[in-house]
Ligand binder design. Structure first.
Ligand SMILES: NC(=O)c1ccc[n+]([C@@H]2O[C@H](COP(=O)([O-])OP(=O)(O)OC[C@H]3O[C@@H](n4cnc5c(N)ncnc54)[C@H](OP(=O)(O)O)[C@@H]3O)[C@@H](O)[C@H]2O)c1
Length: 255
């Protein structure tokens, strides 16, 4: 059943063509929001998400844009606001992972991860702010990762980008909180998506006793943070990892 207040609201979900972004798009559409989802190349997958939302009675529009490209982001947000006359929710979900040990990481590969995962959310947030400020209402939800706090070897670029995103969440929250805009962050643990499919198949359950999560394990909290009832939550990062972060080691768990 749609949340009554959400009907008529408009969301922009980056990386909405698959994985966590697709689950967030389905969930927001089910809550009654018009969902504009963005991908860079997975257009067929994105069309599939739009079709499923429409089949369920929702409204969705697919856009193709590179969120690390300033001009493309500005045009994207102009298109959405021109079409809808409003923009209430931004979910900064799109990201890339390109793990390798720091000692052998080439600068261009480091910069590509930072450009997509950190500069991208900066560009989209800056582009949606004028509309949200005019409305006096907005929700920005950034998707970080457990890797910001507990990175594996080879994750320096990814972890730095997500740590930066969590800091950006707090910094923007401080700037716009008094204008009715809430900025929060969700940090998933290990979630089965294309990004992690190879690792999931190789590792199975990796011994810490927590299962691999599903995109739907993340989308419910994201949807909650977009609502009016989340108005008193600001500048926070929520870990959603089945308890993995609190288990220091399998040995500790078994005692
Ligand atoms: N899966 C996990 O275990 C896990 C854990 C912690 C955090 N996260 C975070 O959760 C978010 C979603 O992860 P996921 O596993 O669902 O990823 P995914 O399956 O790899 O999907 C990534 C999405 O982002 C889009 N994208 C990537 N670069 C883009 C760009 N430059 N411009 C526009 N769109 C772009 C992709 O579209 P194209 O293919 O068209 O580029 C795709 O729609 C990410 O922020 C990730 O860091 C995931």
């Amino acid at each position: 059943m749609p949340e009554p207040a959400a009907v008529g609201r408009v969301a922009l979900v980056t990386g909405g063509s698959r994985g966590i972004g697709a689950a967030v798009s389905y969930r927001l559409a089910a809550d009654g929001l018009a969902v504009h989802l963005v991908c860079r190349s997975a257009v067929e997958a994105g069309r599939g998400v739009v079709k499923e939302i429409e089949a369920a009675g929702g409204r969705a529009v697919l856009h193709r844009a590179d969120i690390g490209d300033e001009t493309e982001v500005e045009r994207l947000v102009e298109r959405v606001t021109a079409q809808e006359g409003a923009l209430h929710v931004l979910v900064n979900n799109a990201a890339v992972i390109d793990d390798q040990l720091l000692a052998v990481t080439r600068t261009d590969r480091w910069e590509n991860v930072l450009r997509t995962n950190l500069t991208g959310p900066f560009l989209t947030s800056r582009a949606v702010l004028p509309t949200m400020l005019d409305q006096g209402w907005g929700r920005v939800i950034n998707i970080s990762s457990n890797s910001a706090r507990t990175p594996g070897p080879g994750q320096s670029a990814y972890a730095a980008s997500k740590g930066g995103l969590e800091a950006l969440t707090r910094a923007l929250a401080v700037e716009v909180g008094h204008k009715g805009i809430r900025v929060n962050c969700v940090a998933p643990g290990k979630i089965r998506t294309e990004m992690t499919a190879a690792v999931a198949d190789r590792l199975g359950s990796d011994g810490d006793g927590t299962r691999w999560g599903l995109p739907e394990d993340i989308s419910g909290l994201v949807a909650f943070l977009t609502r009016d009832e989340a108005d008193y939550i600001q500048g926070q990062t929520f870990t959603v990892d089945g308890g993995r972060m609190i288990m220091r080691s399998p040995g500790r768990r078994s005692r």
